[in-house]
Design a protein around this ligand. Structure first.
Ligand SMILES: C[S@@+](CC[C@H](N)C(=O)[O-])C[C@H]1O[C@@H](n2cnc3c(N)ncnc32)[C@H](O)[C@@H]1O
Length: 240
């Protein structure tokens, strides 16, 4: 099998691949204009009041955690990822907040989370769902973990159903993301996987349908602003 296709077939190996680039991840994503601002926008859709317990699933080095943190005062964020390297970076970045107990990072597989049902007021999953081997099972699990009235935001690349979204992603992915991020991080495998996995991922209407099938209500899709509108979405859903 093509060495770089293996991750698509075996998504459980994705976090191990992130280990290899964890110390360069922030630099690589820093080249993507608006990366943090996009996360901030999506996190704001959770409409947090400040006291909530929030799950940041597939938190990586904590860029998504940072987006939630500005909305939390007395509450707590649990950042989960299955890459030791990515969590090490996150722990370094939020040492004080971890000591205060405002943030806690844990190594867990997002497909087999070790939490009781109804544990969270809100769940943020940024660039995570696409990496799950079974999207529906993952969303069912998240539904169970939310308290009644809880809110979910999925932030991910999802190619709009327009003629130009796929060619646009092809150009962005193969001509910019893979070459530049490979130079910065020293590894091409995870970025090649990124480009391919986005082509294979669900379109916005399919994500909305899946959220509905899973039981979520008040489902909405928010395309991001400007040139990212055809490729980047935030999906919102509530548990009744
Ligand atoms: C693209 S990064 C996103 C990090 C962060 N949310 C952000 O927005 O910058 C995807 C993360 O998902 C994690 N991941 C992938 N599959 C996972 C799984 N099954 N369980 C937990 N984490 C997983 C990877 O280790 C990686 O850190």
């Amino acid at each position: 099998m093509d060495e770089k296709a293996i991750l698509i077939e075996n998504k459980a190996a994705v976090p191990k691949e992130f280990n290899k680039i964890s110390h360069r991840y922030d630099m690589a994503t820093g080249m993507s204009q608006g990366y943090q601002a996009d996360l901030n926008y999506s996190a704001s859709l959770l409409n947090l009041k400040g006291h909530e317990t929030v799950l940041d699933l597939c938190c990586g080095t904590g860029k998504s955690t940072k987006a939630i943190l500005s909305h939390i005062s007395t509450g707590k964020i649990l950042g989960i990822d299955n890459s030791e390297g990515m969590l090490e970076e996150a722990n370094k970045k939020f040492r004080n907040e971890c000591i205060e107990g405002k943030i806690e990072f844990q190594l867990q597989d997002a497909m087999h989370l070790n939490f009781l049902p109804s544990s969270f007021d809100a769940i943020f999953m940024a660039y995570g769902l696409r990496n799950m081997p079974d999207y529906e099972k993952s969303l069912q699990h998240l539904y169970t973990l939310l308290k009644p009235g809880g809110r979910l935001v999925i932030h991910d690349y999802s190619l709009a159903n327009t003629w130009y979204a796929r060619p646009f992603w092809w150009i962005l992915g193969w001509l910019f993301i893979v070459p530049f991020c490979t130079v910065v991080s020293g590894s091409s495998k995870i970025f090649t996987y990124l480009v391919k996995s986005v082509f294979k991922f669900l379109q916005p209407n399919q994500v909305k349908d899946l959220l509905e099938k899973t039981g979520f209500k008040n489902i909405r899709a928010y395309p991001h602003k400007g040139w990212r509108a055809p490729i980047l979405q935030a999906f919102y859903g509530e548990k009744e």
